[in-house]
Design a protein around this ligand. Structure first.
Ligand code: ADP
Length: 630
């Protein structure tokens, strides 16, 4: 409906008037969540509106670099007028303003993708309030927080470079109306809040001042406040927080800034505020969050650093400021080493930005390393949220992969907890020169895998890896500190000579089995490449390992993903000669031998997280064997 309306209005001169629209279902729902979930925190409406006002002023300044027609001749500021009697607050900015079509588009719909899906999940859930509270700031719905305190909101706005203003108005329930405004706003936008009865506390300058001091002191344009007929007074210090010396900033200041600028509710896990001088001049104020945002795995993988060139805001999603595997980091980069009026693309590809980006990446990595050393428990909580994203860097960022490998957490089978790759290497047994890994879909599946038995018996640790990305990065990285990764379910190895424990009889089981393996091989035929006695099984009867001509497991994984019919290369079935089932095999009838061999083969597949190769035959075999015991 909005689209039609914009199409009809076409250019700037044809304007919407007496246009009304009911909210779409999604918008109504979001409004409800905002109004109800954030109720205990309704103070934040002011910081949201002031942050929008400040953004609008920054936008005007930025566009003015290339289009002087949009520049403002007055001094940029935000003015708050409070009418105590009428319970009205007006917030006026000298920003870029909104055309009538933009009013309809940005204040009438929920634009961000993913919002609707997220809502479906929240709907009806007990925990929905908390979830909404943590995430709401990231949806671009800050404006709607006005309805927590107001039962009617008017937005009078004039788009920079045009001559007329429009007025958007809504009760936050049914929908909104847009009309030509009588009150021709000189520049920018005025938000008029008609306060609800129970929100009249906000109609005093003391309350508003205290909120500005608390949440919006860092806003870099003056915020002036005035009660009707009173004096104008500047409330904020109007210096961007990151330009202040670190000694003058408290942890609380950083937290407020992080929350108000990035719409977050958590405390940062780490804050990095540094100034670099010399060939590269820049200030960074980066926050490593504690809680993952809802769009962490969005395919666009957008980074979240606000880039300023010499205090002028340029962009909050420019590529190349920080690598995508650090996209969860929020923050500010302000530099004088880039030219202000180069285009976005030129900034993006500028070698200076690349150098700054490298330096930021180094800082983040060294901070994470420090954190890990200081407090493993806290680090593991962070890892739980962002580990999967950091691991992308292991194969995407050749330059930093070794440093990233130092701060990743891996699950030790022996220790039953998260450890570092370094501690794995430090605990290697005599003669061990490989990092043994077992990939599986779940931790439970990994822990009960027959592949681990030989390792357990010999006291060799294995890293259990359950993220889909794990098989990929280990095969891409190949090694850590010159120790190769080896996948114990897919590759060949011989651990019999490692450590203290040796075969009791010293014999090579593989060559001495001339009885059992041939029987099973005969029964399984083409299903396997070979059947061999195992040196690595203790409790389980069998396991499957890669065959001689086995494909590279990564390649096999890709082929399987592309073609569900692809069966993969044939495996070798290893058998445990000390297991009762195997020992009894020769005495069984040839039919039972066949059923038993196939069941052993299929259950080995199942333990590896695969489907049985032939489900029908598998269930028939189970019944055949079942009938023998009843
Ligand atoms: P966000 O700011 O996170 O995008 P909001 O709901 O707070 O989400 O605002 C939605 C959009 O409305 C903004 O992105 C901006 O385009 C527009 N907007 C809000 N307030 C103003 C303002 N004071 N001046 C100009 N545009 C504004």
């Amino acid at each position: 409906m909005i689209k039609e309306c914009i199409a009809q209005t076409g250019n700037q001169e044809t304007r919407m008037s007496n246009y009304t629209q009911t909210f779409e279902a999604d918008t109504g729902k979001i409004l409800n969540i905002v109004i109800n979930s954030l109720y205990s925190d309704r103070d934040i409406f002011l910081r949201e509106l002031l942050s929008n006002a400040s953004d609008a002023i920054q936008k005007r300044k930025f566009l003015g670099q290339t289009d002087p027609a949009v520049l403002n001749n007055e001094i940029d500021n935000i003015e708050i007028v409070i009418n105590k009697k009428k319970k009205i607050i007006e917030i006026t900015d000298t920003g870029i303003g909104l055309s009538d079509a933009e009013l309809a588009e940005t204040l009438g719909t929920i634009a961000k993708s993913g919002t609707s899906a997220f809502l479906q999940e929240l709907d009806g859930e007990e925990s929905s309030k908390d979830a909404a509270k943590t995430l709401i700031g990231q949806f671009g719905v800050g404006f709607y927080s006005a309805f927590m305190v107001a039962d009617k909101v008017e937005v009078v706005s004039r788009k920079a470079g045009t001559s007329k203003s429009s007025i958007w108005e809504s009760d936050g329930q049914s929908g909104f109306a847009i009309n030509n405004s009588e009150d021709d706003q000189a520049v920018g936008t005025k938000i008029v809040l008609h306060l609800k009865k129970d929100a009249k506390e906000f109609a005093t300058s003391d309350k508003i001042k205290s909120l500005i001091k608390k949440y919006s002191d860092h806003i870099s344009v003056p915020i002036n406040i005035k009660e009707t007929d009173g004096e104008i007074e500047q409330v904020n210090s109007a210096t961007a927080l990151w330009t202040k010396p670190t000694s003058k900033i408290s942890d609380e200041d950083y937290k407020e800034f992080y929350n108000s600028t990035f719409g977050t509710f958590d405390e940062p896990f780490a804050t990095l505020h540094n100034k670099s001088e010399g060939t590269l001049e820049f200030t960074n104020l980066l926050f490593i969050p504690k809680t993952a945002p809802f769009d962490l795995f969005d395919p666009e993988r957008k980074t979240k650093i606000n880039l300023y060139i010499n205090r002028v805001f340029i962009s909050n999603d420019l590529e190349g400021v920080i690598p995508t595997w650090l996209r969860f980091i929020k923050g500010i980069l302000d530099t004088t080493s880039l030219d202000l009026n180069v285009s976005r693309e030129m900034v993006q590809n500028n070698p200076v930005l690349k150098k700054i980006s490298k330096s930021l990446t180094k800082r983040v990595l060294s901070e994470l390393k420090k954190r890990l050393k200081k407090d493993e428990v806290a680090y593991d909580a962070f890892w739980e949220q962002f580990g999967k994203v950091l691991k992308e860097g292991l194969y995407e960022d050749i330059e930093n992969k070794d440093k990233i490998a130092e701060i990743i957490r891996v699950r030790s089978f022996k220790e039953d907890k998260l450890i570092t790759l370094q501690s794995y290497i430090d605990a290697m047994i005599d003669g061990q020169d490989k990092i043994y890994v077992l990939t599986a879909d779940t931790l439970e599946q990994a822990q009960s895998s027959p592949h681990l038995e030989g390792f357990k018996a010999q006291g060799i640790d294995v890293l259990l890896m359950t993220d889909p990305i794990d098989a990929f990065w280990t095969s891409q990285m190949k090694s850590f500190q010159e120790k190769d990764f080896l996948s114990i379910s897919r590759e060949k190895y011989d651990i019999s000579k490692l450590g203290e424990v040796k075969d009791e009889d010293g014999e090579d089981k593989e060559t001495t089995d001339e009885i059992y393996s041939p029987i099973i091989k005969e029964c399984l035929g083409d299903l396997v490449e070979d059947v061999k006695a195992s040196k690595n099984l203790i409790d389980s009867p069998v396991r499957l390992v890669a065959g001689e001509g086995g494909l590279d497991f990564n390649l096999e994984r890709i082929l399987k993903a592309q073609n569900p019919e692809f069966e993969g290369s044939k495996k070798v079935l290893e058998i445990n000669l000390t297991h009762e089932l195997i020992k009894k095999l020769p005495a069984l009838s040839s039919e039972t031998q066949k059923s038993m061999s196939r069941v052993l083969f299929e259950q080995a597949r199942i333990l590896d997280g695969e489907m049985p190769s032939n489900s029908l035959q598998f269930s028939k075999d189970l019944i055949t064997l079942g009938l023998k015991v009843v």
